[in-house]
Design a binder for this molecule. Sequence first.
Ligand code: ZN
Ligand code: ZN
Length: 417
Amino acid sequence: MAKIINVIKGTKDILPQEIGQWHNLEQKALEIFTKYGYQEIRTPIFEATELFARGVGDTTDIVNKEMYTFEKSDRSLTLRPENTAGVVRSFIENGMSRLSAPVKLWYKGPMFRYERPQAGRQRQFHQVGVELFGIKQPAADAEVILLAVNYLKSLGLNDLEVEINSLGCPECREEYKRKIKEVLKPEFDNLCEDCQNRYEKNPLRLLDCKVESCKTIFAKPEIQKVIQSDFICEECAEHFSQLKKYLDKMDVKYVVNKLLVRGLDYYNRTVFEIKSNNLGSQNAVCGGGRYDSLVRNLGGEDTPAVGWAMGMERLNALLPQIPPQKSDAYIVSNYSIEAMQLAEELRKDGFNVEFDLSNKKFTKQLEKASKVAKYALILGEDEISKGQVSVKNLDTSVQETIDRKDLRSKLKNDKNS
Ligand SMILES: [Zn+2]
Ligand SMILES: [Zn+2]
């Protein structure tokens, strides 16, 4: 026998017995996002490497360590590690800035990051996300957060905690960065390597460092004083307080977390995360924020934007599996042509119907029927000659012979009950 080829480390098959919850996640997304006026966009799985270098930011782990990059015909290409950059590219390239604002888009699909695989973290993973373009007012920030909360609730995740923060604008943040650098300067040699590397270029990113020794440093009172200080300018503060007002009025519970800076370089003003307390432990299920300079940085016109993404594997882990749906009927017959004809008629009428394709013994066919269908439709010589069919309810084992013309209403009554 030939050697078996295995699935690649960090990737996974989604098998038929698991697909039910995936379908649910996708259908609820379409349903809820459509309610809010978002339209689905599907961008390519791979893009020019430069798009992510500029769009995600060249100080991020994603761009520096985690991208799947390859050469083809002298071009450097990369499997998308996230989808905001791709959506922004498409927004610019297709002239969507000429559409009247807001332009509301959503996406779902696989993303790729070369990370150490662990529970709930794969190298090929899936995200669902939304992007809202053209609105600088805080109502847009509030809408995308409300949308995320309602999507999660529609899935049955009710115990949610929304964390928000404001990173200010490039102007007011400059002063904050300077102060953070200043207060951390005496500690520079004690910071981890990542923090030392980010110290010059992106000091805010230090705040979400997960290394214990760094966390201890940041917890020092004189450093906390700077971290917790209100650095944002008047306009940014007004934006943030308006956002809070919207969330209050919409009954979205939230906490302000000053350490929330998110892993991407492009955010300004609002950043947020949503955590779910389902299954006992706390899990971040959604992250997003405002990115008013990204469209311009990628060559488009100045366009404010805000959006979020959710990891679908994470959502799946929090939700119960949905078992595969049984077919309405399975035709048990040794007359394959008649069985196929009946199956086609019923399928046209909206029923899900299977039948045996290989003339197995009746008992084998019935066995299969009881596993995959609600009814067995027995089509023997007698039934065919009389224009009848024997209908066996596979839950109750009750069997009756009826005229073929009554079959649809028999199945339909059951389908609706
Ligand atoms: Zn500001
Ligand atoms: Zn660190």
